[in-house]
Every structure is written in structure tokens, then in C-alpha cells.
Ligand binder design. Sequence first.
Ligand SMILES: NC(=O)c1ccc[n+]([C@@H]2O[C@H](COP(=O)([O-])OP(=O)(O)OC[C@H]3O[C@@H](n4cnc5c(N)ncnc54)[C@H](OP(=O)(O)O)[C@@H]3O)[C@@H](O)[C@H]2O)c1
Length: 278
Amino acid sequence: MRILVAGAPGQLGQAITERLSAAHTVVALGRADLDLTSEPDVLRLVEAEHPDVIVNCAAYNAVDDAEDNASEALAVNAFAVLGLARAARACRATLVHFGSDFVFDGRADRPYVETDEPRPESNYALSKLLGEWFAADAPRWYVLRVESLFGGPRAKSSVDRILEALRAGEPARVFIDRTVTPSFVEDVAGATAQLLERRPPSGIYHCVNSGPTTWLGIAEEAARLLGCQPDIVPISVRDVTLKAKRPQYCALSNEKLREAGIDMPPWQDALRRYVLNL
Ligand SMILES: NC(=O)c1ccc[n+]([C@@H]2O[C@H](COP(=O)([O-])OP(=O)(O)OC[C@H]3O[C@@H](n4cnc5c(N)ncnc54)[C@H](OP(=O)(O)O)[C@@H]3O)[C@@H](O)[C@H]2O)c1
């Protein structure tokens, strides 16, 4: 297949580009190659490349800044996706786009499923929800909701910050009361490759590693894998004031993906492969 990857230099974009390049012809695009907020440029480039699949890894991810820059967040996370979906329609391509757990309000007491009603509580979350809706304009489309991505070469994720502190023997500040299902970029890239082979029905799929945990659980498991005595400073969501509201409980169920034949490994297994560089 000929696959166009937008946002290729990003954390997920690099893993996706590497994984898909093994079996397909991949055209990897950064912002300098294509500014996704210019719909005419998007259409021109997609028509020229004529891909079978467009994978959109680009996003405006500055969650707090989006509270002051709603238009920028909407331009990249929502309207650029509409442009990609229209371009996909023009050349009958499949669109793969990535969503976020932040579309939920975090008041659940069990992992969210795809049919749960989104209730975005920040500009970032709203922009991501609109992106999901716009992606559905493509003739065949997949929105893979991911969460707390880790494992990209640019060490900037929450998991990387915890690992850095543990490795340096410094205190690791971790939330004890935020429930998450993190997504290892290698596993998201693998799931994306399988999705393109299996071609399940268009729709939203939760693409997270299996099993809910807290950031405390992740820090303890990371310390065990590193064989170190962790200096963990437990913090509560009540202790921290951030500009944008975050969901407190944001574990996602990946059962729908599993039913489509794509198994996501447990988060402990993903963390082990990342920490031990397997
Ligand atoms: N990171 C997480 O924990 C997380 C959680 C939930 C969902 N997600 C979703 O997962 C996907 C991948 O996230 P990520 O963490 O890999 O993102 P990332 O590392 O922040 O990379 C985003 C990429 O998008 C590019 N980009 C931004 N605006 C653009 C534009 N106007 N035109 C072209 N490219 C543009 C960026 O380029 P520049 O570097 O030049 O800005 C960057 O290469 C996104 O849909 C994100 O919303 C991520």
C-alpha cells in the first residue's frame, strides 16, 4: 500500500513511520512538507501522492495552552482533520486518525467503552472530539483513541519523566488517584498495521495497553524493573491546579479492538519492553 503519514516527526509519528515502512511505501511528512491547516495544500499534496491510506499523527497537544489558543487547537485537531478526510474522499483513501481519552469527563467507575458519551471539559478535549467527528467524512476511517503515549524517541511523556527521576535517584512525583491505561507507541504502531490488514468496519477504537492502573502503579512497576528503591512523592489531583481540566478516571477498554482481532498487550508488558529496551 502507499501510505501518507502526517505528523511523522512526532512521538507516535516516528514509530508509525518505522513500523509501516517495513511492509508498505510510506511518504512521511512533517510540518515543513505540509502545513495541515492549509486545506488547499492538503488537497493538492494528497491528490499528487494518491495514497491508499492517510495516517494522521499530527496534533496540537499543548493541553493547557489550548485554553488561551482555542483557534490554533481547533485548526490542527479539528479542521485539519476535516481537510484530510475530504482529501481522502477525493482519492478514495482510508483515513486513520488518533483521538484522546480526554474526550471523557473522567467520572466513570469502569473503563470507558467507545459507545460512552463524550463530555469534553477543555478546549483541547473539544478540539479532539470535533476531529473524531470530522474524520468520519472519509470513505473508510478509523479513530484510534490513545492515552498517555510513551516510548517515542523524544523523551517527554509522563512515563519518561518518572523513569528519568527513578534512574537519577531523585524524587518522583506521581498521582495516586488518576486511573489510566497508557499506550506504548510500538503497540499503537503494531495495532495500526494490523488494522490496515484486517480492515474492520470504520469507527472509533480504543487503542491502549490492557489493564487500568494509576501513575503510582506505573512508578512502582518501573522501579521494580529498574531494580531501584524508588523515592516516590505521592500527589493527589486535589494538590495540583492546572489551567485545563483533566479527567481523573480515564481508563479505556480495548475490548472492541480485541474483538476485531487486535490484542493490545498488558501495560506491564509494554513498560517492560520499553524500560529494558527489548
Ligand atoms: N501524547 C499523548 O500522551 C497523547 C494522549 C492522547 C492522545 N494523543 C494523540 O496522539 C496523536 C499523536 O500524538 P504525539 O504525542 O505523537 O504528538 P507530538 O509528538 O506532539 O507530535 C505532533 C506532530 O504534529 C505536528 N504538527 C502540529 N501542527 C501541525 C500542522 N499545522 N501541520 C503539520 N504538522 C503539524 C508537530 O510538528 P511540530 O513539531 O513542528 O509542532 C509534530 O510533529 C495525536 O493525535 C495526539 O492528540 C496523544
